[in-house]
Design a protein. Structure first.
Length: 234
């Protein structure tokens, strides 16, 4: 009987490492064999003639009969043409979106504009549901039929993809006191706070004009038993 029977065809009882350990192959004694001499790659041939040196070193491996005229490899040119990202037709400025993934999953947010990278610039507003200015991939949002008039909301021109990139800092070796100190928090950029307040002020003013829109944005989205998202109309 084999030491490693198969549960079903192709699936052994023991894994490869477990079977190796069971066989004890790691304890086997290996004979100290002398290394084989390397095979010669050249040979010396005698050459006749007084002015020919008497011998030549000839390679035993024959060169290719055909070879390229240029021995320097030329990298292939990429034929890929990156296309600009396209936002879904259902997502227009002012559309209320439902986030389905990430830290704020289930939150309803207002879409402001699309950035050059194709990511969506959204805001809660923060004063209503705690969602700040963020970038989000359109694959992780559900567009609803609710709209907010954002024509009077001025978005600063400096809010681009570079605006959201974190700055790399030289990190010193952390101590135990610094790691477990609850009072140490990363300071928020003053520019971020000013931008958030200016955009929130304009959004909240518009949201208050529509009845129940504020409570709608503040409520989290969830599916109850028996509900299927593909059958719902948002």
């Amino acid at each position: 009987m084999t030491k490693n029977p198969q549960l079903i065809p192709g699936v052994p009882t023991l894994s490869r490492s477990a079977a190796y350990k069971q066989k004890g192959l790691f304890n086997r004694k290996r004979a100290n064999l002398a290394p084989k001499p390397a095979a010669p790659t050249t040979t010396v041939k005698k050459i006749g003639g007084a002015k020919n040196g008497g011998s030549r070193v000839v390679s035993l491996t024959k060169a290719d009969k055909y070879y390229p005229a240029e021995d320097v490899k030329i990298p292939k040119k990429s034929r890929k043409n990156p296309k600009p990202p396209v936002t879904r037709a259902s997502i227009t400025p002012g559309t209320v979106l439902i986030l389905v993934a990430g830290r704020y999953a289930g939150k309803r947010v207002v879409y402001l504009k699309s950035l050059e990278s194709g990511l969506l610039l959204i805001s809660g507003p923060f004063k209503i549901n705690g969602v700040p200015l963020r970038r989000v991939n359109q694959a992780y949002v559900i567009a609803t039929s609710a709209k907010v008039d954002v024509s009077k909301v001025k978005i600063p021109e400096h809010i681009t993809d570079e605006y959201f990139k974190a700055t790399k800092e030289d990190k010193a070796k952390a101590t135990d006191e610094a790691l477990f100190d609850p009072t140490t928090k990363k300071p928020v950029d003053a520019q971020r706070l000013a931008d958030q307040k200016s955009i929130d002020a304009a959004l909240v003013t518009v949201v208050k004009k529509t009845p129940l829109l504020k409570s709608y944005l503040n409520a989290s989205f969830a599916l109850s038993k028996g509900q299927a998202p593909h059958t719902l109309k948002f």
